[in-house]
Design a protein around this ligand. Sequence first.
Ligand SMILES: Nc1ncnc2c1ncn2[C@@H]1O[C@H](COP(=O)(O)OP(=O)(O)O)[C@@H](O)[C@H]1O
Ligand SMILES: [Mg+2]
Length: 389
Amino acid sequence: MLDEINEIQSDLAQLIRLALAEQTEDVRLFVARLVRKYRNTDPELAEQMDLYLRAKAPRSSTPLRKAAAQPVLPTQTLPVDDESRLSLLKVFKDEPSREQPLLSLDLEETLSQLIQERRQTERLASMGLSPTRSAIFVGPPGVGKTLTARWLASQLGVPLYVLDLTAVMSSLLGRSGSNLRAALDFSKRDPCVLLLDEIDAIAKRRSDDADIGELKRLVTVILQEVDEWPATGLLLAATNHAELIDPALWRRFDLVINFKAPAMPAVKQAIKRFLGQDYALFGRWIDILAFVFNGESFSDIERDLQRFRRAVALSTASDADLIEEFVKSRALVLERQGRIDLAVLLAKQTRLSQHTISDITGVSRDTIRKYTSEQPPIAKKPSKRKPDA
Ligand SMILES: Nc1ncnc2c1ncn2[C@@H]1O[C@H](COP(=O)(O)OP(=O)(O)O)[C@@H](O)[C@H]1O
Ligand SMILES: [Mg+2]
């Protein structure tokens, strides 16, 4: 972990050194190297860098092979904040084969309707209708709002532009409005999905900031833009804080889509998906994992499972040790009944001794015995205790 950070720090330092020396070509080469380097460990970052690399045409006559082969953004350069030079828009161009996020049934239906509307605009038009132009995604962090925007764009065969509101707002006083407009104007030119991500960032600042006027102007720009957004594109916004959104803004979106933390069946699906090929190894723990992950976001579940997979891959721990330790840490925060349920589950589904289960859950062996004998396992063998073999 520390090595990783050191490594990133030295990459960053090197990049800054090259950039400040205005050695553009060296910067490009260095970034190309970083793309290859991070492709396995951090594919999203690598992809992002790759897109930046290709977005700007190389000046020299010896372009990178890759950039020459697939000029992704040949015509327009991306809008950039004058001061920070931060790119205001992140670009994603994904294949339609991109895996669908895990979605609840009603969410899936809503999105499928959205996609159908876009695929059959002419049919709609013949009846004097236009497709849904805008939608706002609401829900806790890590449940797939950004991911779903990306998937939607891939399904519609258009790029996804993500507007980084932090970059917009970090620009100098008086300029964020025009930055925002530049970004939106750019997005309006060609069919795309534009995501105003974490749109509450503006609202959040409003309470603790002196330049209220500036923020109000920003909100005004957004309000206008939502109103004037062309039906050729799909305008999305996402927020973790519904309560912070200006009611006037709220009303302007055609559709409000609620994202929720996954329910039990989705938790199990998520565990399967995130374990990938390691499901073969961890699969026997699935009910126990689902029990302790219940109520958590997809991204939290993914993070923990990735950690397990890395540990197992490097043989730093066995799957059983990992799970035991993990379940023990989770048991600490459970109510008594939750710990008892967990103990019963462990007794039924694992070969752990009652002693170990008691140690993991903090439930006494007497209690475990009582509960497991009251509810004999549905298994064929009518034994009270799970055999230890
Ligand atoms: N519904 C989902 N299906 C599959 N993976 C998900 C889902 N939601 C979140 N994830 C995982 O968590 C990560 C973060 O999700 P993200 O879409 O950024 O959450 P949000 O925007 O709601 O905060 C994703 O990149 C993905 O790996
Ligand atoms: Mg997000």
